[in-house]
Design a protein around this ligand. Structure first.
Ligand SMILES: [Zn+2]
Length: 434
């Protein structure tokens, strides 16, 4: 079989690495925490700084910078007007007091790879079959604004821009005004015909390290079910109110939380659950809470199991409400289906890794990523590089330089092949897409 990659890469690995290191260290400073992590909530001042830095760098590299109405920031290299794009990217926003690598790695590796390839094609007077682009998606994390994956959802059309812009954070600041205040509310949608979407991300698990692999090629995703559950009780004094008369919304939520955990314990390794956020009203030590909103999540690779679990959870919360003399409402229910990623791109990724001499393995993602969203509208690939101890959404998140560089090299080699139309043989598995 012929090789996909030439023996002498036009862009030296060392130059790619140097550019990546400079851009990544500069970006890691914007929103840095004293413990070496990152606190860069979507559309915050720090997010604005990180976007400005990337935007200026992309302009320097002669990429065509575009910003859509929900602040998705694109850097495009158009060689062949009218041809579809191979887009890569991830997100610059972070969870509160989180790590430096989650999301930022994929955006910066993508920007460096696209800029280098654009330069190569220009200098060699090559017109590739597909155009290239990099994107920073708005509010991937869902920390400041819910739901998560807002930018890519608007791009795919599953969320209307007007609805996304109206979503408010905990302080009542709408996404639209937050984006406007940092200068990232573009005027209109950026519509790009997509040939493929590629995202590289830290693994947030330990499979790659345990199996001595450099690159994980995600084949499928876990389904996720997210509920916003609200218990309503009666506001009362915590001292004199007789226990029998209390209608404690927080007590009801506490029972619901422990039940969510019990369900996950019943299906080890098959079901994950959590309640990561609660809003308690009036949240005073001396007042029996009258209203509590809890954000509940269940994740599994088996959609049937999620349905079964949801039925049991529904039945149990009705019971809890009765026992605690409260009322309840499910304010929102969001199901993200499990998805099979594109087979051709996954095969290409393995071939590229083999030629680069990097061990690669198939992988699964439990966490949601923009690539999972985009896979609903275009063939998509999600690649992982190892994460130390699988630590994620924490300042201690870490990936070694070597692993970051392996991923960067894989990504740029893969984008090169794909844009030249090499290695994409066989039929795309569009039938697997919901
Ligand atoms: Zn991420």
């Amino acid at each position: 079989m012929s090789r996909l990659l030439s023996h002498e890469p036009f862009i030296a690995h060392s130059l790619l690495v140097k550019q990546f290191q400079q851009l990544f260290s500069a970006s890691s400073e914007l929103g840095a925490t004293p413990a070496g992590g990152l606190h860069r909530l979507a559309a915050s001042y720090e997010d604005g700084l990180a976007r400005d830095h990337l935007k200026a760098w992309m302009q320097d590299q002669q990429l065509d910078v575009r910003i859509d109405s929900v602040g998705n920031l694109f850097g495009l290299a158009t060689f062949n007007p009218g041809a579809p794009y191979i887009l890569c990217g991830s997100h610059l926003d972070s969870q509160p007091t989180a790590g430096r690598f989650d999301g930022a790695y994929g955006v910066i590796a993508g920007a460096v790879a696209v800029a280098a390839l654009a330069e190569e094609f220009r200098q060699q007077r090559i017109t590739p079959q597909f155009n290239l682009g990099v994107v920073n998606w708005t509010n991937e994390e869902g920390a400041r604004y819910q739901p998560s994956l807002i930018g890519s959802s608007v791009f795919t059309g599953s969320l209307a821009a007007v609805d996304a812009l109206a979503i408010e954070d905990g302080d009542g600041i709408a996404l639209g005004s937050a984006l406007e205040s940092i200068g990232y509310q573009g005027e209109s949608a950026v519509t790009l015909p997509l040939a493929a979407y590629v995202e590289i991300h830290v693994e947030q698990g330990t499979d790659l390290t345990e199996n001595h692999q450099a690159i994980g090629v995600v084949r499928n995703t876990w389904a996720a079910l997210k509920l916003t559950l609200c218990f309503e009780g009666y506001q009362a004094h915590t001292g004199p109110t007789p226990m029998i008369e209390r209608q404690d919304a927080l007590l009801a939520a506490a029972h619901a939380i422990t039940f969510a955990r019990e369900l996950a314990d019943e299906f080890p390794r098959r079901l994950h659950s959590s309640v990561g956020r609660m809003e308690v009203y009036p949240n005073s030590p001396n007042v029996v809470p009258s209203r509590v909103t809890a954000y509940v999540e269940f994740r599994s690779q088996e959609q049937d199991l999620l349905t079964k679990v949801l039925n049991r959870f529904d039945a149990r919360i009705a019971q809890i409400a009765q026992q605690t003399n409260t009322a309840y409402q499910v304010l929102s229910r969001q199901l993200r289906n499990s998805i099979v990623m594109d087979n051709r791109l996954a095969e290409l990724a393995h071939k590229v890794c083999e030629e680069l001499g990097l061990p690669s393995a198939d992988s699964t993602t439990v966490a949601g990523h923009d690539a999972v969203n985009i896979s609903r509208v275009a063939p998509s690939l999600l690649l992982f590089v190892p994460s130390r101890d699988g630590i994620a959404h924490n300042e201690a998140e870490f990936t070694t330089d070597q692993d970051l560089h392996n991923g960067l090299y894989t990504l740029s080699s893969l984008l090169r092949c794909a844009s030249l139309g090499r290695g994409l043989t066989g039929k795309a598995n569009t039938d697997d897409r919901p």
